[in-house]
Design a protein around this ligand. Structure first.
Ligand code: ZN
Length: 189
């Protein structure tokens, strides 16, 4: 399922952290896949009731985002929640064919696409950036010491420090926006 290397001006690159963006733009509107969160809205008179499928799902995603859970984990949870509690109860009219589709499949690629690129869950994109920084740190760390003499390599150390500086600025920005901070909603479950 992973996309092949992207070639730009002769440079063949692969993603540092797999977000599986698709051709034609990464957002839901560029895809023909069904997306539950794009096709449905929260029903105002069902807010807070068990029938509020949309609201429960959004709340679950926001809670996992506040816990800084990894994106793949959130996608898996959303997928199984949709399959179990939502899919059996919904149908929708396909926008192009106008055919009524009962219990539409919401594939994981479509879930991931919405979570990352719809801007409905902005904190999830920040979690992905956080993962990218972790990946950069890991890769830079792996070659930091000159194997011939056991000393730190100056160039690599400088590159690491640059990454660290950017990372700290990113963290400061995110914290100021409270996007990654765990809100202390005292849960007694
Ligand atoms: Zn969507």
């Amino acid at each position: 399922m992973a996309a092949g290397p992207a070639v730009v001006d002769g440079w063949e690159g692969t993603p540092l952290y797999g977000v599986e963006a698709q051709d034609g733009g990464p957002q839901c509107s560029a895809s023909n896949d069904f997306c539950f969160l794009c096709h449905f809205e929260q029903s105002p008179n069902q807010i807070g009731t068990p029938a509020d499928l949309y609201g429960s799902l959004v709340e679950m995603i926001n809670e996992m985002g506040q816990q800084n859970r990894e994106l793949n984990h959130i996608v898996e949870k959303v997928y199984s929640n949709y399959e179990q509690f939502i899919r059996p109860h919904i149908s929708y009219e396909h926008p192009e064919t106008c055919i009524q589709i009962t219990s539409p499949a919401w594939v994981k690629a479509s879930i991931r696409r919405h979570l990352l690129y719809s801007s409905q869950f902005r904190s999830l994109f920040h979690i992905t950036l956080e993962q990218m920084f972790h990946s950069i740190f890991t890769k830079q760390n792996a070659t930091m010491v000159d194997a011939s003499n056991g000393q730190l390599d100056g160039t690599r150390l400088k590159e690491f420090n640059d990454t660290m500086k950017t990372y700290l600025a990113f963290q400061k920005h995110v914290t100021s926006k409270s996007l990654l901070s765990t809100t202390d909603r005292t849960s007694t479950s």
